[in-house]
Write a protein that binds this ligand. Sequence first.
Ligand code: UD1
Ligand code: MG
Length: 454
Amino acid sequence: MPNAFILLAAGQGSRMQSDLPKVLHRVAHAPLMIHALTAGRALNPERTVIVAGHGAEQVRAVAQDHDPEAVVVIQQEQNGTAHAVAQARGALEGFSGDVFVLYGDTPFIRPETLDAMARARAEGNAVVVLGFHAADPGRYGRLVTSDSGLERIVEFKDATETERAITLCNSGVICADAQDLFRLIGRVGNDNASGEYYLTDIVGLARADGLACTTVTCPEAETMGVNTRADLAAAEAAFQARARAAALEDGVTITAPDTVYFAHDTHVGRDALIEPHVVFGPGVTVETDARIRAFSHLEGCHVGRGAVVGPYARLRPGAELANDSKVGNFVEMKNATLGEGAKINHLSYVGDAQVGDRANIGAGTITCNYDGVFKHVTEIGEDAFIGSNTALVAPVRVGARAMTGSGSVITTDVPDGALALARGQQVNKPGLAVRLMEKLKAAKARKAKMQETD
Ligand code: UD1
Ligand code: MG
């Protein structure tokens, strides 16, 4: 059955105390609403409609960056969840199939759960509501069920004492046939405790029409919503706990899982080893058998099979480490490739560079890639040996099997196989060190004597 997604994201999120729309706050480096959309992508939606209100232009930019085909519609006034869904009617014109309604601030709905809802729809239920058994039902809408399925949803504010005692709650996720959905929404009124148009009312209306409705349940953690900064931190913690468990499950060794932070899109291969206190920013792939040593920070990079990174390494966007290469302590790489078996073991900055296979970059090597306006490229050939404390002033090329002497400032290309020396010539003055030291000591003694007589 073709399906479409409506993501409700118009709310202000005033409890976040923020200038940023709530759904753009990030968990694991991805905006909350992108988590929700990613879960939905597994069902391959034909159309995606995002209902925005507060900060709509920012929401639109993020949505379309993620999915250029997503349509963003504006809900000028937030008159309730049914009113929000009604705004998507035009964007779903001509669509027939199932519509899923999700909230932009509820990031952890799993694709499997949406799949279970789709199956319940296929079994002939007009409306399928995702429910959960709440430890503390608080102010959630309550699901009133009977032997024949879901009867209606009652909002906390409008519920009787008996209804408030129900612990099966509404997560907010709803799936219905597109035609039914908009037809039923057209009949929703706002005669309730909040004076809002409740999406939840469509269940009672469907039942009155003789249509079947049912619930699918999921663990409470899955429906966790974000309303405050504390919720955001809790959502981050929940994400990390899950990502760590998933990596362990997939065959990654993590010495101290609680100290490792993943991004929403981190890929780590089987038999990779991650030491304590490693942080992954977005866009990282680590291949099998690689080892990420303690206190390293990686983002937008690729670490090849068997490569070793850190301890204390920083890989920035565009760092590409080939198989069995090594990046050691206090090394920063950016937009640079490191060839197979090549090494940058200590205290270096390598940016906008290509380093050939088996090349060895000595301690303290710096690629001087920026002239204040433009960035320039450094090329280092296969098997080259860069002496410690070499400054490579880009654009520059050091050839294959070439060497640079320690402390050199390399400003012109070094041919293949050549040794480049670009530093002051050493001069030795016999005996001068000893004479100079004696002179200095004598001067110190004179000074001490003068202070005594003062
Ligand atoms: C809603 C449900 C409640 C459920 C709870 C789960 C209704 C009437 N109630 O209540 O049964 O237990 O969620 O968290 O649906 N939004 C808009 N435009 C609006 C109103 C809301 O886009 O006009 C968006 C909000 O930004 C939010 C979501 O819809 O992401 C839910 O709105 P919210 O006001 O939080 O609904 P609740 O009162 O929590
Ligand atoms: Mg809410």
